[in-house]
Write a protein that binds this ligand. Sequence first.
Ligand code: GLC
Length: 482
Amino acid sequence: MQSLSYSKLFYGLAMLLVSLASSTSLFAQGGNLHEQSEVYVAPTDPLVQEKLKVWGDQKFGMLIHWGVYAVPGIIESWQLCSEPWLERPEGISYNDYKKWYWNLSSVFNPVNFDPDQWAEAAADAGMKYVVFTTKHHDGFNMFDTQQSDYKITNGPFKNHPKANVAKYVFEAFRDKDFMIGAYFSKPDWHNPDFWWDKYATPDRNVNYDIRKYPEKWKSFQDFTYNQISELMHDYGDIDILWLDGGWVRPRETVTDEVRAWGAPIPEFSQEIDMPRIAEMAREAQPGIIFADRTVHGPYENYQTPERKIPDTKLDNPWETCMTLGNNWGYVPNDNFKTSAKVIHSLVEVVAKGGNMLLGVGPQPDGLLPPDALPILAEIGDWLELNSEAIYGTHALDTYQDGNTWFTANDKETFAITLLEDGKEVPKSISWSGNLPKKGSTLRLVSTGQKLNYTLDGNTVSVQIPSEIRKNARAALAFSFKN
Ligand code: GLC
């Protein structure tokens, strides 16, 4: 009886949510964007500095959101939360909705799970690192944690040879020489030491007063420590611990930027004890990079502006995370950006000194959405031809002139001119700011072909031969000696 009514409810809701997903502003995510932080504390550990340098040279990574929310294809976790910015589905009480959501774990059976397909698509796109959701805010574990039964290894998928999903995702990407990042949500809405069923759950925060129940919070701190310890000890080499849920933080670190999210700020501290976690993690994974998002200080080794590119070049390490579609996780009929749009954003990010982490959500069956694949491949085609202008480069003081962006390595300077989709490539492209020295060679990066140019004061004009104009896509990169 129980399972019958659940499954009926499940299908009804799934349909409702799919239609909501494509039609409403539910996914604008107004209330939960993580802004870029303004204060940066550089790590002093030489191994961390070294790893940050390697990571900074990679430029482009894949952020994979995958969890029970892929089954109905809804925004990741957030529908469990009762904050006013979230549209609640009609016709179902909040409590019934939560029951339905928790029960998704009993139907999540991604029989086609193929992390090699993901890693191949990411490598084809020219990506060099991956960040995978080991656990999102809903608390559903995509790894075989011993701290909870709410996990992928405890449902219909448990007998699959790759049931311990995170382990196999990391292995598949490691096989392709990717750097490995573990996304981990500090809040855990499934854990009764975070959302205690004695009280209502009106918002994203812990729902009891930690000052009154310190032992309960201590038990949550230990749970978090133990989970992260499992990830740090049993899942091979991990390069990045990407900690989401920035509202779980010491109260004294709450800034205007956090208040601007619009979510309630409790009077007590939701201090997770990062020093203890960090010490354990660095012992298990020497040099690991922490991205304790938006919590400025020693555990935010790089900053993570979300769904936006900073207005100007930044000198500290940073990474813009943005979605390929409109959503982080899989949502049917999502609207994917074109490859040109992604390439343009990547060029801008790299010219401003950052990395880009592109979000892709695998389907509930375990494969990437087929429509994403050609877009990823096109991005990779461009990057393959223009790799020198992107990977291993650094930002210059003059990083932009109009639609031309500049990067450089030790030997060469690169000028990358973005081309507008569908518009004819001009016969001549000009920029100011970074110019070849008189008489030096200027080349098209994609072919190595020497191009003619003229210098006039602080402006260079490059002649673009017709065969290049015919074949050009997204952006043209030029190089010349520093
Ligand atoms: C936001 C969302 C979260 C998502 C993250 C990815 O913080 O709240 O759901 O995982 O962005 O960057």
